[in-house]
Design a protein around this ligand. Structure first.
Ligand SMILES: [Zn+2]
Length: 326
């Protein structure tokens, strides 16, 4: 009996740890056996940064098939081991998408725009619209969209699938100058695999009247500052949300999923355009967040994706804050 009690207690404790580490909607101990077969429903989480409200919105999950070229110098077996060590599936690389909404100065701002109803990211992507509704947000209230970089999972939410018609024609869309410059150079100068995307960008952004180009570090909305963080792409930009002495560094794609790239900041994913610069940038951002006692958020960290970061051996460890799920 005693033995049973101890092991049951251990189970509950480890489940609570897993809950925090993997961003489950509720502790495993409270999930029924049938329900545990599927991923718990992720929708949104609400946070406060001083007077500013931040809402993380889940836009689904890409189950990326393993591929030997995904991480430079790291093979599929090592990748699987790292996923498993974090308690994740190793059947594929689970890459979640998370858009942030920010209520500031009486305005609703989005940081990035999601997959555009799953135009990219596989059949389990494209939940942003329904999760905005779940969080009590109306897409027509969005007045500003701040874009970190032009990869499809961050900008396809701005345009309709076949027509490229604007999804938010009434909103101001703020883009980094360096990013726009790189994607609008002559298509022949862009590496082959990225040319299709460059063509779509060239067919849309330069013709849109509501695009605002911001060069370098600048305030893009009340309490939201753009900070160049190049490497993932040539113009990749992160955002610092600050209010009342509190700070949240929204790191976009400075890393991909935590289990692989926060833990191993030197690992270079195939998504990084300038890999060495991307490594340097993510370390600099995390070190800044630690020094400034800022919270951090990542676009590919799943829910909850807001929390704190600490040094952990040769890498970093992210501790999520549960936030408010209602
Ligand atoms: Zn991304």
């Amino acid at each position: 009996m005693r033995m049973f009690e101890i092991s049951r207690r251990d189970l509950v404790l480890s489940a609570a740890g897993a809950y925090a580490a993997f961003g489950l909607a509720k502790p495993i101990a409270f999930i029924g056996a049938a329900e545990a077969q599927q991923a718990p429903a992720q929708t949104f989480r609400k946070y406060k940064v001083g007077d500013i409200e931040v809402i993380s919105l889940f836009d689904g999950m890409w189950e990326k098939p393993h591929d030997e070229n995904f991480i430079k110098g790291v093979n599929v077996e090592q990748t699987k081991a790292a996923l498993k060590a974090a308690g994740l599936t190793d059947a594929h690389v689970p890459i979640p998408f998370t858009v942030l909404a920010v209520r500031t100065g009486g305005r609703l701002v989005l940081i990035d725009s999601g997959t555009g109803g799953g135009q990219v990211g596989g059949p389990k992507a494209g939940l942003l619209a329904q999760n905005m509704t779940a969080a009590g947000l109306n897409p027509s209230d969005v007045k500003t969209i701040v874009v970190s970089h032009f990869h499809p999972d961050h900008i396809f939410g701005l345009m309709a699938k076949d027509t490229n018609a604007q999804t938010f024609p009434e909103a101001e869309i703020i883009v980094p100058a360096a990013e726009l410059k790189w994607w609008t150079q002559p298509v022949d100068s862009i590496p082959q695999p990225r040319r299709g995307l460059a063509q779509r960008i060239q067919a849309t952004f330069p013709n849109w009247k509501n695009i605002k180009v911001v060069d370098g570090e600048a305030e893009v909305a009340p309490g939201v500052r753009a900070i160049p963080a190049f490497g993932h792409t040539q113009g990749h930009t992160v955002h610092l949300v600050s209010s009342g002495g509190r700070q949240l560094l929204v790191t976009a794609d400075a890393t991909n999923i935590q289990a692989l790239f926060v833990k191993n900041p030197e690992w270079q994913a195939a998504f990084d355009h300038v890999p060495d610069q991307a490594v340097e940038t993510r370390k600099k951002l995390f070190d800044r967040a630690i020094a400034d006692k800022a919270q951090v958020a990542g676009y590919h960290w799943g829910l909850p994706n807001v929390g704190t970061i600490a040094k952990d051996g040769s890498g970093y460890a992210f501790t999520p804050s549960p936030g408010d799920a209602a």
